[in-house]
Design a protein around this ligand. Structure first.
Ligand SMILES: Cc1cc2nc3c(=O)[nH]c(=O)nc-3n(C[C@H](O)[C@H](O)[C@H](O)COP(=O)(O)O)c2cc1C
Ligand code: SF4
Length: 456
């Protein structure tokens, strides 16, 4: 048994053993075993596994799959929430168009996020089945799973599952007796956050430096090696088999009257909670419900703020705990649902130190292509460090406002910089006094050289 699997910390992140999960209510997790071991091919097949592939490849046309995905309103679980069905309907297809690729984005480097890992390590065949269905809908010939390099256990499990699926005829020529052929390769990345941005991912996959590409053309028109390519998140793809087996209406209904978004979501909680973990819940579940599932805050702590879905989302406050966590509602509050794994910040934690930590991450992970991101983020770190030490100078907080605004949407080549700006802007808005308290010197007296040579 793998040592990672035996670690109590790792086990605490699994879904709660014995929880009441059924195929009717938990499309992503009902097959998971309480002992945390991998659901292998035989067990997966005995639990409706690959049934959707058999039915769809032998009885449907690709347009029907796309229509079902649109009707179910499956929104991308990689963070942006773009409709998967709509994305698929824009992929170039036709007799004179070469067959392209399905790329599964398994880079999962967003701080505070560990949901795709659960799916890959314990239920790899669900992802493979979702990719086959996506390939059929988009006329793709090959698939790639672009996996975060540090996910060694995921790589081991996926490699074994791909071999099992190939051996059983679920991958390769004439899948399930149909005339459809498709195969998947696993590609492990070298561990950079920017490789999760879909076009940087494609450059990396092709063996180039992971700089984002200009859009348009979008990957659906010209993606990997210039062919039509669909990039979807692990969790998004894992939803496809259930949509095809049980129907779009059923999927839509899973969220009840909480929200217009359909289905369930792998939500999670981390930070100073009693029981960090993951739960498959109806989309539109509230932050308060998540906190309850996580056993509340650790003793004596009081909630100060929370990130709804990873480090690149904006801070929400305790007053937002009863909002449904769906893409549009969270967006209206000036944040993003992101990956849906909340991170709590308690009253005793310094917002300045926390922001310095996050911006160090974003500065380090910048690909260096655009000035506000390449130079602005290290500058932000320098200012935050000074404020954290109580050695800031007058004007530093206003300078942070400006640097964050310069990283806003549309001002840089990709969404990395806006993702770095959002937590900073919301922290400055809600907790400005904490930043101002770090000012000690008059302007020009503390740090004359604002841009650190060589970055941070
Ligand atoms: C800096 C950056 C990092 C990203 N990292 C990931 C990631 O690790 N996994 C992921 O699925 N999407 C990530 N995304 C979003 C992808 O660009 C893309 O929107 C997503 O893979 C599309 O899949 P979906 O529509 O199924 O969500 C990232 C975006 C940015 C800007
Ligand atoms: S915003 Fe940052 S990560 Fe994105 S392309 Fe520009 S420099 Fe690179």
């Amino acid at each position: 048994m793998n040592s990672q699997r035996q670690s109590p910390l790792y086990r605490s992140r699994l879904l709660q053993p014995g929880a009441d999960r059924s195929p009717d209510t938990h499309p992503l997790t009902w097959r998971l075993r309480d002992d945390g071991q991998v659901v292998g091919l035989k067990e997966y097949e005995s639990k409706e596994g690959y049934r959707a592939v058999s039915q769809v490849l032998n009885g449907h046309d690709p347009g029907a799959v796309i229509a079902a995905m649109k009707e179910a309103n499956v929104r991308g679980r990689g963070g942006a929430g773009f409709s998967a069905g709509l994305k698929w309907s824009l992929t170039l297809q036709g007799d004179d168009i070469p067959r392209g690729y399905i790329v599964c984005n398994a880079d999962e480097m967003e701080p505070g996020t560990f949901k795709d890992r659960l799916l890959m390590e314990q239920q790899p065949h669900l992802l493979i089945e979702g990719m086959i269905l996506a390939a059929f809908a988009n006329n793709a010939r090959y698939g790639y799973i672009f996996l975060r390099g540090e996910y060694v256990e995921s790589a081991r499990v996926l490699t074994a599952a791909l071999a099992e699926a190939r051996e059983a005829g679920w991958l390769g020529p004439d899948i399930a007796g149909s005339s459809f052929d498709f195969d998947i390769a696993l590609h492990t990345g070298a561990g950079r956050y920017i490789c999760g941005e879909e076009t940087a991912l494609l450059n990396s996959l092709e063996g180039h430096r992971a700089n984002p590409r200009a859009k348009p053309p979008f990957p659906g028109q010209s993606g990997a090696w210039g062919k039509p390519t669909v990039v979807n998140n692990v969790e998004t793809l894992c939803n496809v088999p259930a949509v095809m087996l049980r129907g779009a209406e059923w999927y839509q209904g899973l969220s009840g009257d909480r929200t217009d978004d359909g289905g369930t979501k792998l939500y999670g909680a981390s930070g100073l909670v009693n029981r960090p973990g993951l739960w498959e819940l109806p989309i539109g579940t509230t932050g308060r419900e998540l906190l309850e599932l996580a056993g509340g805050l650790r003793e004596g702590r009081k909630l100060k703020a929370w990130l709804p879905g990873g480090a690149s989302t904006g801070f929400l406050l305790p007053e937002h705990l009863d909002l449904p966590l769906d893409f549009d509602t969270v967006g209206k509050e000036g944040s993003r649902l992101g990956t849906g794994l909340i991170t709590v910040v308690t009253e005793d934690q310094s917002m300045v130190a926390l922001m310095r930590n996050l911006e160090e991450f974003f500065a380090r992970e910048s690909c260096g292509w655009c000035t506000p991101c390449r130079d602005g983020l290290p500058w932000t770190v320098k200012l935050l460090l000074a404020l954290e030490r109580g050695e800031g100078e007058a004007g530093d907080v206003e300078l942070l406002d400006k640097l964050a605004a310069d990283c806003g949407p549309g001002l840089t080549f990709c969404a990395h910089a806006p993702g770095a700006a959002m937590p900073l802007q919301t922290a400055l808005r809600h907790f400005r006094r904490e930043f101002e308290q770090g000012v000690r010197y008059p302007r020009g007296k503390a740090h004359a050289d604002p841009i650190p040579a060589g970055g941070v």
